[in-house]
Design a binder for this molecule. Structure first.
Ligand SMILES: [Zn+2]
Ligand SMILES: [Zn+2]
Length: 309
């Protein structure tokens, strides 16, 4: 899908729009006809070229204002794969064509370009569900721009991401990066892409801190429930003895991420590392105490793995 041009020289009757689709790869052109209202409502991209004459509060087509509409016809010129456009016309005419592994990328990109919102969501769902099969296709996925990749990363579940089979790293790094960006954005006030926003000073429960005693990272939610095993103990206001993490004031998440990258950790590894660090504390019924996910195998009570007789 490249572009569409408006040709107002030709006129047709009423609201039927002629769409001239030029397929440069196949060197063919085919004409499609579609009712203007339907075309604009389904493919929002055409809205800019085909403004409606209706008053904003006119909701039905039964108004007498219908007769006032200009009878100017318009030809749209679109550069697109003919087969893909035929599929799209079937879709907007409610003939329910099927998404398949071998057409999902073309339909996804076209649905995004033509702003067919419902189809775009269906494509992203299908894409995420069948991502391992799509990755087996000999297709260059550079046609998926940043916004689409971000949307895909939001839809792909952690389970799907964990089982992603992407030997050629076509998508993994991108998805990991966007997932990490969303994770940090929800946990810290300075995400990678908003590092300049220093005016915001909201204390987030899950913001990451670095403890000067134990050198571990923790969230405020974890701080409230977990003791620091390297911290000096002190007696709190009500007499209880506690040992708490103490935040390093100059620690910076962005420098930490940079350091991980410089040590050749992949974005996927970094995402899972940060994800595990920010999980809510778990409770060990043996120790009767809370612990963080990275310490899952460190139980104060059981120093060895259980054995079965
Ligand atoms: Zn600590
Ligand atoms: Zn335990």
């Amino acid at each position: 899908m490249n572009s569409a041009d408006l040709d107002t020289k030709q006129t047709t009757t009423s609201e039927l729009i002629k769409i001239c689709v030029r397929d440069e790869n196949r060197d063919v052109e085919k004409h499609f006809f579609c009712e203007k209202r339907q075309l604009v409502s389904k493919m929002r991209y055409f809205e800019q070229y085909l403004p409606t004459d209706e008053a904003p509060n006119e909701s039905s087509g039964k108004s007498k204002n219908e007769h006032k509409k200009k009878r100017e016809g318009m030809d749209m010129h679109v550069y697109c794969d003919i087969v893909v456009f035929e599929w799209l016309m079937e879709y907007i005419n409610n003939h329910q064509p099927k998404l398949q592994i071998d057409n999902i990328i073309s339909i996804l990109v076209s649905a995004d370009f033509l702003q067919i919102q419902q189809l775009l969501q269906e494509c992203i769902d299908y894409f995420c569900k069948h991502i391992n099969d799509v990755l087996l296709l000999p297709i260059d996925l550079s046609c998926l721009h940043e916004k689409l990749l971000h949307e895909i990363s939001r839809h792909i579940t952690l389970h799907q991401f964990l089982h992603l089979k992407d030997d050629k790293n076509k998508l993994t790094a991108n998805i990991a990066c966007y997932k990490l960006q969303d994770l940090l954005h929800s946990y810290t006030k300075t995400s990678m892409h908003a590092a300049t926003d220093t005016t915001e000073n909201v204390e987030e429960d899950n913001e990451l801190y670095y403890c000067v005693y134990c050198k571990e990272l923790y969230t405020m939610e974890q701080y409230k429930k977990i003791e620091c095993h390297q911290s000096p103990t002190y007696v709190a206001f009500h007499g209880q003895v506690t040992a708490k993490h103490c935040a390093h004031k100059k620690w910076d998440i962005n420098k930490y991420l940079l350091c991980l990258r410089l040590h050749s950790h992949s974005w996927k590894e970094i995402f899972w590392h940060l994800w595990s660090l920010t999980r809510p504390p778990l409770f060990c019924t043996q120790c009767q105490s809370y612990f963080v996910l990275p310490h899952f195998n460190h139980c104060a009570t059981h120093s060895k793995l259980p054995t079965l007789d």
